[in-house]
Design a binder for this molecule. Sequence first.
Ligand code: CMP
Length: 139
Amino acid sequence: MREMTLSILKPDAVRRNITGAINSYFEKAGLSIVAQKRIKLPYEQAEAFYAVHKERPFFQSLCKSISSGPVVVQVLSGDGVIALNRKIMGATDPANADHGTIRKDFALSIEENSVHGSDSPENAAKEIQFFFSEIEIIP
Ligand code: CMP
């Protein structure tokens, strides 16, 4: 089933100029980038985006990290793209990520793990809406 998911290329990836390298993982896997923009997330917006994690001990540090520099936010489209993107990204902690995944190849740590991807259809819909209006998404 054709789906859409939200992807974020995090500050550690933008800083190291590897956004094109990461995009090639998506495109090689047959996913389409149907919306994309470079933004800098204010700290308060980061808190709103990661609200599901607000009770976690790493919440403040996570919000500081994602708002520390420019990010590239994207909408990816394809068959089963939510699960497929999570496979392409690899495990949250790069130490546990499979070979050939983005996080294994590029992530610096569990926090600076280069990419974010929605984890469910419900969150994908919410997260896409958080960053994009309908007219910005060109399937
Ligand atoms: P992401 O996919 O953006 O979703 C939530 C983020 O929290 C996750 O990637 C990690 O960057 C971060 N995270 C998850 N667990 C930890 C942890 N134990 N310590 C620090 N950061 C974490």
